[in-house]
Ligand binder design. Structure first.
Ligand code: GLC
Length: 433
């Protein structure tokens, strides 16, 4: 069947967030934050306490960082030098899944296998040293319930992870046991943080003026420094698990994607925003347009970014990517349309995320004015996807008017690792005392 041009306009409309809807999302997000802070079960935001405020910038010493939660696991040894400076003394990284070899993402793997794999990486990062005492900060990028900085219990897997025996468990207990099995009793995990928290810590260490941290990668989530204005409580970073925000208007593709996911009904914002899902949304919409509804071609966010990198009028390269994945050659008129579909999916993702940033700033500002600030963001989609930064700025000016000039986003590259080392440093006195 030829390209379905009549359906095309409707599909683009399905992925369009107009100015009014954008404002609604920002306002609803703020409302959910308020409900969440008040402990209401009606909030779709978890607002999880991190038991950390911001670093002073003067943290010093050598700390291990384990960064777990995306496609790759990394272990790094950092030397923090204070004044926002640091050095990376060693760095090892491995994918969590190698086709035909191993898979520590899916439901076949057990907690023990996964954590033995992580302990193996720690072993490599310290070069087999079983003597020198090390403190280790653990960036564990999933919703976890904490009662202090070191005990984090996985509430529920997200991002299509499904390893058995981890949900409900205290993750650093699993890690400690695996380290001991490996002969690494000299490595003491002393802090667990979410990757968003790590990003915020790292940006605050280097730049100051940062109270919001976000990940825009496989998954999406945001944390912020809750000032607890007027109360007796100290400011604390809260992991909102904003990927779980629910007050949205899913289209038919979102609904189908959710139904086929590991955790239907969960992570509705993340499924509209995160890189893990963009390719699938594109797949489903393209299959309709090509008259092959139900077929999955296997597009990923990397393919989407290659399609959008082609800025030529005829979208020749974009068309090449589509042909390779679908086996279908697009006509000259239809190639730019398919690129427009990719563009619409990405722009919707950016606009929804930006609305949540605005909602967060409104909530923190309360009756006062939004303060001048950076929002720290890390992740491959933020870093590599075309059109992201300009659309963040555009959405900010629609939402904040003149105040948009006070706010920008900055890349906190490698923040997940550095933040873990900072968390270990900020907690060091507790481990020793
Ligand atoms: C998912 C996780 C969240 C994490 C985010 C980015 O949303 O639930 O904890 O911060 O992915 O990695």
């Amino acid at each position: 069947m030829a390209f379905d041009r009549r359906n095309f306009a409707d599909i683009i409309a399905q992925f369009t967030v107009d100015a009014e809807h954008l404002r609604e999302v920002a306002a609803d997000f703020r409302h959910d934050m308020r409900l969440g802070l008040a402990g209401s079960p009606d909030s779709s935001l978890r607002m999880l306490p991190s038991y950390l405020g911001l670093p002073t910038g003067e943290e010093r010493g050598d700390y291990l960082a384990l960064d777990f939660g995306g496609t790759n696991v990394r272990v790094l040894l950092y030397r923090l030098e204070g004044s926002g400076r640091y050095e990376v003394l060693s760095h090892v990284a491995k994918p969590l899944k190698v086709s035909g070899d191993y898979d520590y993402v899916g439901g076949e793997a057990t907690a023990e296998q996964l954590f033995d794999f992580l302990a193996g990486l720690v072993d490599e990062a310290v070069g087999g040293d079983q003597k020198t005492p090390y403190l280790l900060g653990h960036t564990f990028s999933f919703p976890s319930a904490q009662t202090n900085i070191n005990d984090a219990r996985l509430i529920i897997w997200t991002k299509e992870f499904a390893v058995q025996g981890v949900e409900g468990a205290v993750v650093n207990d699993l890690l400690k046991e695996a380290l001991v099995r490996r002969g690494l009793a000299n490595v003491t995990p002393n802090a667990v943080i979410n990757d968003t928290v790590a990003v915020l810590l790292s940006a605050a260490y280097i730049n100051g003026d940062t109270q919001i941290g976000a990940i825009y990668a496989t998954g999406h989530n945001t944390c912020y420094l809750e000032p607890y204005a007027g109360g007796a409580q100290q400011p604390m970073i809260l992991n909102m698990e904003s990927g779980g925000f629910q007050k949205l208007t899913p289209n038919r593709f979102d609904i189908a994607l959710d139904a086929a996911s590991e955790k239907p009904g969960e992570q509705r914002l993340e499924k509209m925003v995160g890189g893990r899902y963009m390719g699938t949304l594109f797949d489903m919409a393209l299959a309709e347009l090509l008259g092959e509804q139900g077929r999955l071609y296997g597009f990923t966010s990397v393919d989407i970014s290659r399609i959008l990198e082609d800025q030529s009028e005829c979208a020749d390269c974009a068309s090449g990517v589509v042909e390779m994945m679908t086996g279908r050659r697009l006509s000259e008129e239809d190639a730019p349309r398919v690129r427009e579909l990719a563009h619409a999916i990405v722009v919707r993702s950016v606009r929804l995320m930006t609305a949540t940033f605005a909602g967060t700033m409104w909530q923190v500002a309360g009756a006062g004015k939004i303060r001048r600030q950076h929002i720290a963001v890390d992740g491959s989609v933020y870093e590599k996807m075309p059109h992201v930064t300009e659309n963040i700025m555009r959405a900010f000016s629609e939402l904040l008017g003149e105040d948009a000039a006070l706010v920008d986003t900055l890349l906190a590259g490698g923040g997940s690792g550095l933040g873990a080392a900072l968390a270990a440093a900020m907690t060091a006195h507790e481990a020793q005392g």
